[in-house]
Design a protein around this ligand. Structure first.
Ligand SMILES: Cc1ncc(COP(=O)(O)O)c(C=O)c1O
Length: 397
């Protein structure tokens, strides 16, 4: 789909590393270039036309994000620098102020470092307990396992909607319902779901959601922090400075702005936010349901073909998202990816920032293919042809 919009696809590469970052269409690049060429002013600062245009563009993007995830208010949408930044701001700006020693945070061991490490830090600081929701034999999270993990001390569940290694899609609606019935808040890491499927924060009743523009056809350097207004109203900024204050005086008296500006100190990534807005318009023009469907078709097709090859071990066959995690028997994953690189095929090898998952799948490193809407069955055919080689190891060297 839409391959002509991507200059990177004219470079004789097959790009299968979309879970790391996606390619950017011309429309997004053009809108960013237009900002720098035509109205390159700062935000919130000027009373002249081009500065007002910047403010309007930022408001427009905030509104596009609100509609995209069906938030209630634009004030619930905070721009950050990436999903990691969003998670840290929630953990240290909100949960640090409400959790008490002995309270428990539930995670899973297949989460990305960006979701795990802020909690480890806060747990050490506040003497919190970290608990883990067990995964099923095929590495999924079920409501039953969530119920089993919850204790009277559980106050927060933090988990990805879709994980970046296994690609399993969590039953977020069931989990939030059960959690809320038990006075537990939910932080959902949407880095791998928002780009690939329709997500409605009100329908799923998500308390906090985080994601990154660069994984959804937007530029790097922009993240999104969503929080229900009633919780965000009690969030404390962890970065202070220009743009987030209304006044301050010699004696230290200061008045800070309301949300979302309270959480957006300093000059924002204006070009990035404009690019995020155009990425959302672009994804909307394709249709999120069409994106999901196309990726599922690619995944089914690739799995069928991969299974016909000798020596391929697949770790997430039953999972529906567009991520395939595999190994070639007896070959180190980095060697597989170096070998594929010789044919212009870009995949990811390693632990993919989910460093505890090794204990679940029994191996530290894997190869990961992750699709997006511009990938094709022909690209998969090429991958299969190249992988169907008994001498991969010799060919790497
Ligand atoms: C599931 C998940 N969460 C969080 C992140 C962090 O995203 P970023 O590096 O854009 O902050 C990633 C990035 O790969 C991810 O896959």
């Amino acid at each position: 789909m839409n391959r002509d919009d991507f200059n990177m696809l004219n470079k004789d590469i097959i790009y299968f590393d979309n879970a790391a970052t996606t390619l950017k269409p011309k429309q997004v690049i053009d809108d960013i270039t237009e900002y720098y060429n035509e109205y390159s002013a700062n935000a919130h600062r000027g009373d002249y036309d081009i500065s007002l245009k910047v403010d309007n563009k930022i408001s427009e993007t905030r509104n596009l994000v609100k509609e995209f995830i069906n938030a209630k208010e634009t004030s619930e949408i905070v721009f950050t620098s990436n999903a990691t930044d969003s998670i840290n701001k929630i953990v240290f700006g909100y949960f640090k102020n409400i959790l008490k020693p002995g309270d428990e945070v539930l995670l899973t061991d297949s989460e990305h470092a960006s979701l795990i490490l802020p909690w480890f830090e806060l747990a050490e600081e506040l003497d919190l307990k970290i608990g883990y929701i067990s995964l099923t034999h095929d590495l999924q999270v079920t409501l039953d396992n969530v119920k089993k993990a919850i204790t009277p001390k559980t106050k927060v569940i933090a988990l990805s909607h879709i994980t970046n290694v296994v690609g399993d899609i969590r039953p977020i609606k069931e989990i939030t319902q059960y959690a809320h019935d038990n006075n537990i808040l939910i932080l959902v890491d949407g880095a791998q779901s928002i780009p690939h499927m329709k997500v409605d924060v009100q329908d799923l009743d998500i308390d906090f959601l985080t994601f990154s523009a660069h994984k959804m056809c937007g530029p790097t350097g922009v993240g999104i922090l969503y929080g229900k207004e009633k919780y965000l109203n009690n969030i404390h900024p962890i970065i202070f400075g220009g743009g987030m204050n209304s006044s301050f005086e010699y004696n230290g008296k200061r008045i800070y702005k309301d949300l979302p500006y309270l959480m957006e100190a300093g000059t924002p990534n204006i070009a990035g936010i404009i690019g995020l807005g155009s990425a959302i318009k672009y994804l909307n023009s394709i249709g999120m349901d069409n994106i999901t469907k196309h990726e599922q078709e690619l995944k089914d097709y690739a799995l069928k073909k991969l299974k016909q090859l000798p020596n391929i071990i697949i770790y997430n066959e039953t999972i529906k998202s567009g991520i395939i995690t595999f190994n070639v028997k007896d070959i180190f994953p980095q060697d597989v990816s170096l070998y594929l690189n010789k044919y212009g095929i870009c995949i990811r090898a390693g632990s993919h920032c989910a460093k505890m998952l090794k204990d679940e799948i029994g191996i530290k490193n894997t190869c990961r293919i992750s699709f997006y809407f511009y990938n094709t069955k022909e690209e998969i055919d090429k991958l299969i042809e190249v992988l169907n080689n008994p001498n991969i190891l010799q060919d790497v060297i």
